[in-house]
Design a binder for this molecule. Sequence first.
Ligand SMILES: Nc1ncnc2c1ncn2[C@@H]1O[C@H](COP(=O)(O)OP(=O)(O)OP(=O)(O)O)[C@@H](O)[C@H]1O
Ligand SMILES: [Mg+2]
Length: 361
Amino acid sequence: MASDVLVRLENLSKHFAGGIVGLNDINLSIDEGEFLSLLGPSGCGKTTTLRVIAGFEAPTEGVVRLDGKDITPLRAFDRPVNTVFQDYALFPHMSVAENVGFGLSLRKIAGAERRKRVAAALDMVGLADKINQRVQALSGGQRQRVALARAIVCEPRVLLLDEPLSALDAHLREQMQVELKRLQRELGTTFVMVTHDQTEALSISDRIVVMNKAEIEQIASPSVLYDQPATRFVAGFIGTMNLLDARLAGREASLLRFTAGALSLNMPASGAVGLKTGDAATIGIRPEDIQVSPNRIEGSVAVTVESVVFHGRSLRVHLRTQDKYSLTADIPRQSELAAMTVGEHFFASLRPGAACPVLPA
Ligand SMILES: Nc1ncnc2c1ncn2[C@@H]1O[C@H](COP(=O)(O)OP(=O)(O)OP(=O)(O)O)[C@@H](O)[C@H]1O
Ligand SMILES: [Mg+2]
């Protein structure tokens, strides 16, 4: 992947009437050819970010650059940017070909050239055989593809997608995620996708921007976001994470020893460099890193099973310690512990070697 910056958002803020802050001092570089996702809870500013890049919304402060050039004053139509909207915004009375060719007509591209490009775009999304259909006669997934074809036919430098798959059922959605990724790779176009589905963001993005309350919390690859969340918000938002209030009890060689109530947590000393013995911190532990055992082992804590939820390949169990910490653990189905039932007593500990993020208290 090329690492030339294509789009830069510099100190971008957007204030709406009534003192509503849509964006607060956003700084973001989007690389040429990357698949970037904006992820965050409802109202955090994802759509506003897209609308400012597209030119549908003028920022209150800050600059949007494309190839280093300030495009903030340019109209949406004059930007090499196209958008796929959540509701697709297709023209219901037009055929598939007319919908896809619409943007080309606006750009005065007609005749054979237009027909060729419409056919190529429909081919890319696997809808070549539907070219003369009316969009009303299409399924939700097919409409989604028409919207994609309509957006790529003008060969934008940046394709913006606002929750493009949210109207699809779970199965089709997973299939379209793969297709979207394939399309992006084949086109080599920069995709910026908004989603509030973290699984979707983790599975198809090169990098993810996690937003919260009009600001950026972290920008990182899916694996870094999962393994090294920078803030408590990200740790709690990406996947399932036990967030334990802990204290640094001591250091031994390259290990840090934290205590969270009666639970003792030994972990590699990376991160947490500035912490002193006695300092408070939040430790993030993934359910797969909680080890459950019938017998007391070093550092473990007695727990009671509060619930057992079937998750296919594993069981997700909620455990409570005597000092009222709650822990979520995943138990592989082939484990002999998979027969555990609510109310049973076990011992929980941190899986040796687990590298857990240490976050500010
Ligand atoms: N035109 C507008 N006028 C006033 N407030 C707005 C306008 N557009 C967005 N906002 C506010 O700005 C904030 C960010 O909105 P935005 O639509 O960007 O959120 P979002 O992250 O896309 O959320 P969702 O996941 O629900 O789509 C919200 O508080 C929203 O109410
Ligand atoms: Mg939105």
